[in-house]
Design a protein around this ligand. Structure first.
Ligand SMILES: N[C@H](CCC[C@H](N)C(=O)O)C(=O)O
Length: 284
């Protein structure tokens, strides 16, 4: 079967995008397709698959599938790419619009220069801080801030929250020593997280700058994670490292995002999105 695709990235977090405004593909292929297309040796190579589709309640809908075929509920870098795609392809004509995700409706603004989207600003919604909402085992209505989290023989300190997806944030002194590949998969699949978790290691540079590395649920190490970077900013504020209402720059492996947790509880993210390639994939 031939699949028309577009590959895009947001600061190095790359996905294969399918445009369901133009083409009709059956829902039941997405999981298998994500696994195959994301493989760098036998597919195209990406962190997963994103579906751009019509929505009944928003200007557009988005679904995200990780490299292992599991579905996430939101994708920060994906939202910026979808916004660029639908604006530049004239699926929407206005600069403010909405995108439906499994985590709710996101409000988006595109920053345009010479008909090109150079940046996208997204209202990522409100973080959910209770254990039951992350979800994480333990007392349902308690927060998880700087809590001892043992992964033998390591004693780590965890701040966890849901922001579009479940996130586990660990502050460390030296980002170069982040135990991403050694502990990422172990923490992702830890029984304390019934829906698994995205794992973020964060070094505080100063009150307005963070260094960030991620192990994504379902995809492993990636260059960037938008929802994870937003979660890192919320976690940094909950721990007193940064301030609510301030714009904080998060340095990810693939580039920077500017993020602000506003007084009305909404988290705002600003960053770029890029086209890489378009073509036909042979799905066997
Ligand atoms: N890369 C994404 C998140 C993908 C979601 C996924 N890893 C999950 O939680 O299932 C981002 O930019 O927000």
């Amino acid at each position: 079967m031939k699949i028309a695709f577009t590959k895009m990235h947001g600061i190095g977090n790359s996905y294969i995008y399918l445009d369901l405004f133009r083409y009709d593909y059956n829902d039941n292929i997405f999981c298998e397709l994500a696994k195959k297309i994301a493989n760098v040796h036998t597919g195209i190579g990406s962190d997963g698959l994103i579906i751009i589709q019509p929505s009944k309640i928003a200007d557009c809908g988005m679904r995200i599938f990780n490299k292992d075929g599991t579905e996430g509920s939101n994708c920060g870098n994906g939202l910026r790419c979808v916004a660029k795609y639908i604006f530049e392809r004239q699926i929407v004509r206005q600069k403010f619009f909405t995108i439906e995700t499994k985590a709710g409706i996101m409000y988006v603004e595109v920053v345009v220069q010479d008909n090109t989207v150079i940046d996208v600003i997204v209202d990522m919604g409100k973080p959910l801080l209770y254990r039951k909402d992350i979800p994480m085992l333990g007392t349902p209505n308690k927060l998880v801030i700087n809590e001892l989290f043992t992964v033998p023989p390591h004693n780590l300190f965890l701040t966890a929250l849901f922001l579009g997806n479940p996130n586990a944030v660990f502050f460390i002194d030296d980002i170069e020593k982040a135990p991403l590949r050694t502990l990422g998969g172990i923490i992702e699949n830890d029984v304390r997280f019934p829906n698994r978790v995205n794992v973020e290691f964060v070094q505080v540079i100063h009150s307005k700058a963070l260094q960030f590395r991620v192990w994504e649920r379902g995809s492993g190490v990636t260059e960037a994670c938008g929802t994870g970077a937003c979660a890192a900013v919320v976690a940094a504020i909950l721990n007193g490292f940064c301030q609510r209402g301030e714009e904080i720059t998060v340095h990810l492996s693939g580039g920077d995002l500017n993020i602000r947790w506003a007084d009305d509880d909404h988290v705002w993210m600003r960053g770029p999105a890029e086209f890489i390639a378009e073509g036909i994939y042979e799905f066997l």
